[in-house]
Design a protein around this ligand. Structure first.
Ligand code: G6P
Length: 612
């Protein structure tokens, strides 16, 4: 969390920083700031979004061809003007932006206070920039060396960029456990938390590795060394993303655009990987570890948030199709509970961003116990894919809306392909079922197109329930994770309290909440639990709850009971999550818009959670 952008070169830096900060706002948006050098160092920062910063700087001198910018998601200290980045050193000659947490900031601060340092903010970042200057003064070393020594003294995570009044032809960046990408242009460098602020200027990038320090100057020189003082040759790679993919393309919000992109993004996930006619599933990443997968005694799936929900769908898929026992864990719990991990285990880490701190830490733990780690990630070149033994990208394209939509369906698509491939190899599904499933999978994008045509109906339902205080979402078997995901979407962006539950569990507690005020979204599509879910709907109706049912096209039974019926195209039960989640995304979206919420940047959330 927190977004970083910096520029050094011959262009006007400010517009590059502001545009970049807008692109990175998904990483945090409680305050923003820039520091520019134009004969002297100037810092502008304020509480609020990047647009507030633009208002704040209007009419001020923001000239200069070197600068750093930051958009914050508060960890240490409330979101206010003072805690916003950049932060000055004691002499005000250095400024720093930082993403991450310096865990030992408190003792460092105390020590420096004793030596006369005065701090203005509550942040760990200010402690780090004071420390760098303190080292520079006390040890009489140059700035880069002071940064290196300081980073050897801090515990925690950081992606930093530092600008110095005395060295205005230099930017210094470093990272550990928080991402940083350097765009390499002609005698210019762009530095950012991800590639989106960079893509329109250059396709040549260097992904900084943990504990590396990069020093860039205006003459186009880039030097990288580790904090242990080892020189590293910069490895320049070509960026894959296109500019159009990170713009709204006529939609009111990124979230809506991304919901509508799903037929395409699912096709992209399958492109070159599924051929129903020939009965082929080809996933490069898995083929390299096929033996291990085939012989796995157990699969452990780890993830957070929506990715964890995709993991739950995968649990049903892998057990059903490949007959391999699966455990799904919140990465944050897994990493701290001394789990039993065998060398024969396969750990699948699911992450849209590829940067989630808890998921990364869980991966390192499982790796240290000898398990094989497989990543299912969306952001190409992100940290998780670089820390796993193998993996498959989901290829959904950049997801900017904080609430995940197309990334979820792409994750489920990849996990379905994996389960089918393994089931086929292990002989745990019949040839005919395998072929039917492949045909059904290829038909999913067209079915989602049909669901998207229900947008107006979902808008009407949203207008009826937009002022509700609570929502309950029920599903069973494959649709239980969809209920969880539907509830998560609603609470994330509309701030209505919503809970997802296995339909049958309702009578063990949530049924007590049901009255005529309570909307209950039930996924009651055709499948093995259909009749049971119909009974659950009756239980709800007997208590006067308002039922919004997602059913298979042509359903006549639920229609007679539910208050609102959303008909979606029928598909194999195992693929229902892909189709049934879409109306729930739209419902949450419209409710949030009608409540006047900021759909793409919901309060308190961030898209990439790089703190634990
Ligand atoms: C944050 C995001 C969620 C996301 C979760 C896990 O909470 O707001 O949308 O599901 O992190 O992120 P990941 O990038 O690991 O999938």
């Amino acid at each position: 969390m927190c977004g970083i952008v910096a520029y050094i070169g011959n262009r006007n830096a400010y517009p590059i920083l502001i545009k970049g900060l807008h692109r990175l706002e998904y990483r945090g948006y409680d305050s923003a700031g820039v520091a520019m050098f134009n004969d002297k160092l100037s810092v502008y920062k304020c509480k609020g979004k990047v647009a507030d910063l633009e208002n704040f700087t209007s009419g001020k001198d923001v000239g200069g061809s070197i600068g750093i910018g930051h958009t914050r998601w508060a960890t240490h200290g409330e979101p206010n003007d003072v805690n916003a980045h950049p932060h000055y050193s004691g002499s005000k000659k250095l400024v720093l932006i930082h993403n991450g947490i310096i865990e030992n900031y408190a003792p460092l601060k105390e020590e420096m206070k004793k030596r006369g340092h005065k701090f203005e903010s509550d942040t760990d970042t200010e402690v780090l920039i004071h420390l760098i200057e303190d080292i520079q003064d006390r040890e009489k070393v140059d700035l880069v060396e002071a940064v290196r020594i300081a980073l050897n003294n801090v515990i925690g995570a950081y992606a930093i960029v530092l600008l110095s009044e005395e060295n205005p032809d230099l930017l210094i960046a470093a990272k550990k456990s928080s991402p940083l990408v350097i765009g390499v242009g002609e005698n210019e460098f762009f530095i950012a938390s991800d590639a989106t602020p960079i893509v329109e200027y250059t396709k040549n990038v260097v992904y900084l590795e943990d504990e590396e320090i990069a020093v860039m100057n205006r003459k186009g020189k880039l030097q990288i060394k580790t904090i242990r003082n080892k020189e590293v040759d910069p490895y320049i790679q070509a960026l894959q993303i296109q500019l159009e993919a990170i713009e709204k393309g006529g939609f009111e919000h990124f979230m809506l655009k991304e919901i509508y992109e799903q037929p395409r993004s699912i096709k992209d996930s399958m492109r070159g990987r599924v051929n129903a006619t020939e009965g082929i599933v080809a996933l490069g990443g898995i083929h390299d570890h096929l033996q291990k997968f085939q012989n796995a005694k157990r699969i452990i799936i780890i993830g957070c948030g929506t990715s964890w929900h995709a993991g739950l769908v995968a649990e049903y898929l892998f057990e059903d199709l490949a007959r391999i026992p699966v455990e799904v864990e919140y990465a944050s719990e897994f990493r701290y509970r001394n789990p039993v991990i065998y060398e024969t285990d396969i750990v699948i880490a699911i992450s849209q961003s590829g940067e989630t701190a808890d998921t990364l830490a869980a991966i390192e733990l499982a790796k240290s116990k000898g398990a094989t780690i497989f990543g299912v990630c969306n952001v190409v070149g992100s940290t998780i894919p670089r820390h796993t033994h193998g993996g498959s990208y989901t290829h959904a394209g950049p997801e900017i809306g904080v609430a995940s939509t197309k990334a979820f369906t792409a994750q489920v698509t990849v996990l379905t392909m994996m389960a089918l491939l393994l089931g086929h190899r292990r002989g745990t599904i019949t040839e005919s079922h395998y072929h039917e499933m492949l045909c059904e999978l290829e038909a999913i994008p067209a079915k989602i197109e049909k669901v998207l045509k229900l947008n107006d109906q979902l808008k009407n339902i949203a207008s009826v329930f937009k002022d509700s205080k609570n929502f309950l979402y029920l599903g069973r078997s494959y649709t239980f994770p969809v209920a969880l995901e539907g509830a998560l979407k609603l609470k994330e962006i509309s701030y209505i309290h919503a809970e997802g539950y296995p339909a049958a569990e309702m009578k063990h507690g949530p049924i007590a909440l049901i009255d005529e005020e309570m909307p209950i979204v039930v996924i009651a599509t055709k499948g093995t639990s259909y009749e049971k879910v119909v009974s659950n709907i009756q239980e709800v109706k007997a208590r006067k709850g308002k039922v919004i049912a997602v059913v298979s096209e042509g359903d006549m039974i639920v229609k007679t009971m539910a208050d609102y019926v959303i008909e979606i195209p029928e598909t194999d039960e195992k693929l229902v999550p892909l189709v049934s989640v879409v109306p729930l995304q739209l419902l949450a979206y419209h409710i949030a818009v009608m409540r006047g919420c900021n759909v793409d940047q919901p309060r308190n959330l961030a898209k990439s959670v790089t703190v634990e």
